[in-house]
Every structure is written in C-alpha cells, then in structure tokens.
Write a protein that binds this ligand. Sequence first.
Ligand code: PXP
Length: 247
Amino acid sequence: MTKLGVNVDHVATVREARQAIEPDPVAAALLAELAGAHGITVHLRQDRRHIKDDDVRRLRESVTTRLNLEMAPTDEIVGIALRLRPDQATLVPEREGEVTTEGGLDVMQNAARIESAARKLGEAGIQVSLFIDPRPEIIEASARIGVPMVELNTRAYSETCPRSPDPAGRAFSEEFTKVAAAARQAAGLGLQVLAGHGLTYRNVRPISDIPQIVELNIGHNIISRAVLVGMERAVREMLEAMGYRSA
Ligand code: PXP
C-alpha cells in the first residue's frame, strides 16, 4: 500500500492568523500519527509564515514515524536541517510571495546548488528527495544528482480534476499519464518515487494506485476537512464550557 505523509503546515497557518499559541502543529502531527499517518511533513519557508524553527525542533522530539522537512536548498535552511536532523529533506523551489510551491525544482538550471545541498544533507544521514515535475528530462537530471528519491508534482493532475475525477476526460488522462510515466521512469532509474501537491479525497485514488509510488504527501485537503469534521464537536464543547448541558 502507498504510504501517507501528512503535511501540517496549515495548522500553523491558522495559528499565525492570530499570532497565538494554538492550534499547535505538533499536536496535530501526533494526532495524525495516532490515526495511522506514516510520516509528518512540514515546510520551513524562508519567510517563516507558518512553520517556525521551534516547531521543527519540537516535531523532531515528538514525531515517532518519519519527519520530512520541505525546504529550499539555501545555506541558511540547509544549516537548520543539519542541526535538527529530520529523517528526510525534500528540496523544493521557493519564490517570495508565492501562495504555495508553484512547480518542481529546475534541476537542470540549478544543478550545482541542488547537488551541493543534497550532498551535505546526505552525508549527515538525512534522506534527500527532490520535488520535481513529471518530465522525462527532469527525472534523468535528478537521477544524475544521485539522490535516493524524488517527489513527483501532482499539481497539474490535481487541477484537471479538482472535484470528481472524470477518468474519461482528456485533460485528466493527459496529466495522469505524465505522472504514471514519470513514476515508471524514475523507478527504472532506481529512485524511490513519492508524489504530492493538490491531492484531495476525490482525486487521490488513481495516483495512490500507481504501483511505483511508495508515498503521498498531502496537506491542505486534510487540514480543510479536519476543520469541517471537527466543527460540530468544537461548538458543542464551547456550549458545555458555557454551562449548557450536553445534548
Ligand atoms: N509536496 C510538496 C513538495 C509541497 O510543497 C506541498 C505543499 O506544501 C505538498 C506536497 C502538499 O500539497 P497540498 O497541501 O496541496 O496537499
């Protein structure tokens, strides 16, 4: 079965909306693990707009599955990763002001920087993954860098079926085929294959069924659903706190 890594960044986004102490992404991570998540992912962005350095430190102490740190391959963030030692580091491109990661790494243009970051992290015993678009030349370039794993960007796939997948739809099948072909190519080159970005309860299954994909990273849709499925209980608990008797 394909494993699930849960990205808890947006728990911190809610916290930062009020610059408060809750909700705590570490508590969310532990609940995700209790529910069966195989790993926890956070993105320590250079602008620290959601996850902070101290969150990563506390996650490192608490997560008992695997901690995957998404990060730009900059000297500052590589230094933090070397100090905090996540199990895995996923190198991603970062553009100031972007709403979310916009695409995969430009492995060809930035080979030297990516290779240097990957080497330092790898030498410290951290498994390195590259977040890349599902394109043949990018996969070849990633294999040349010598990392053990890649995460295929499913954003274009997800955008072709935001609501319910229409497996007969042309856009769906084009983007799906790209991901499936990339997974075969990467696995054939000896890379472990992960995937993620934009996946939802509605469109996840075709991707999780791709045999070469060993793990998915999913964040926004899980946190969105958690807010809604937890709403009724949260309101009941507030009413109880105000003295109402539970129904
Ligand atoms: N993988 C990578 C590399 C990402 O940057 C993100 C978003 O932080 C995800 C997976 C998860 O994407 P989503 O939040 O859309 O599920």
